[in-house]
Design a protein around this ligand. Structure first.
Ligand code: PEP
Length: 250
């Protein structure tokens, strides 16, 4: 059975005091123990938050990015090993904002995935089509290409460690959400592509999250889809009650 997951991507929000307050609120609220709640705060919160959730088996911490190199003269950058040493177990790679604002392409993302895996971090790998591709009915092709270019070099053992997040770019932070039909269609397609490359066992066990204006109102319908194993949540992860309501939507 696949793990149910909700991951909250705080992006560049919350100072340390606000961040710790939010995590304490998350801990205090009731949520199902079989849903893994991953918190992805800014780098500077990771060590503190990891300490706070250390004893909670249903909570974990992710970074929002990591550098592709292991270490070296890269002023201002953060390595996967540093993140891991602060207590995080996950790292978001390939978020559309990183692709758009920081020019991250598949060749770079491949390196980041490799470095993350080599440093005991599980990549939460984001992919998704833009509006133009969706309107031209090229969304399946676009996502297939992203999968192949950034991930299909991995061995089956490596690939099986990943979490995939389908995030249609047109739905991120826009208030537009994929319909459950659109989300299920794409998740099913991604799983079928993984099946072709890595076989049924791996394709059936890998968690595929939906991201893009997912909130407490629409999560239930999205999570009811057979191939949707949870969500990567941006805006709605910044309020404890909203994030926990989403975790309660399975
Ligand atoms: C995201 O940033 O990954 C995201 C899904 O954002 P939002 O939920 O705000 O659309």
């Amino acid at each position: 059975m696949r793990r149910k997951i909700v991951a909250g991507n705080w992006k560049m929000n919350k100072n340390i005091h606000q961040g710790l307050e939010l995590v304490n609120e998350l801990i205090a609220l009731d949520s199902p123990a079989d849903v893994l709640k991953i918190i992805a705060p800014p780098f500077v919160h990771i060590a503190h938050i990891s300490q706070l959730v250390k004893s909670k088996s249903d909570m974990a911490v992710a970074a929002q990015n990591c550098h592709q190199e292991t270490s070296g003269a890269y002023t201002g950058e953060i390595s996967a090993e540093m993140i891991s040493s602060c207590g995080a177990q996950y790292v978001i790679i390939g978020h559309s904002e990183r692709r758009l604002y920081f020019g991250e392409n598949s060749a770079l993302l491949t390196q980041k995935v490799n470095t993350a895996l080599a440093n005991s971090l599980t990549p939460i790998f984001c992919l998704g089509e833009n509006m133009e591709e969706r309107n031209a009915n090229k969304h399946l092709e676009a996502v297939k290409q992203q999968l192949k270019d950034a991930l299909f070099h991995l061995t089956p053992a490596e690939f099986s460690k990943l979490i995939i997040a389908y995030e249609p770019v047109w739905a991120i932070g826009t208030g537009l959400t994929a319909t459950s039909h659109q989300a299920q269609g794409m998740h099913n397609f991604i799983r079928a592509e993984i099946n072709k490359k890595y076989g049924k066992d791996i394709s059936e066990q890998i968690s595929i999250l939906y991201g893009g204006s997912c909130n407490a109102q629409n999560a239930k319908e999205l999570f009811a889809c057979i191939d949707v194993d949870g969500g990567l949540i941006g805006g709605a992860s910044l309020k404890a009650a909203d994030f926990i309501a989403i975790a309660n939507s399975f």
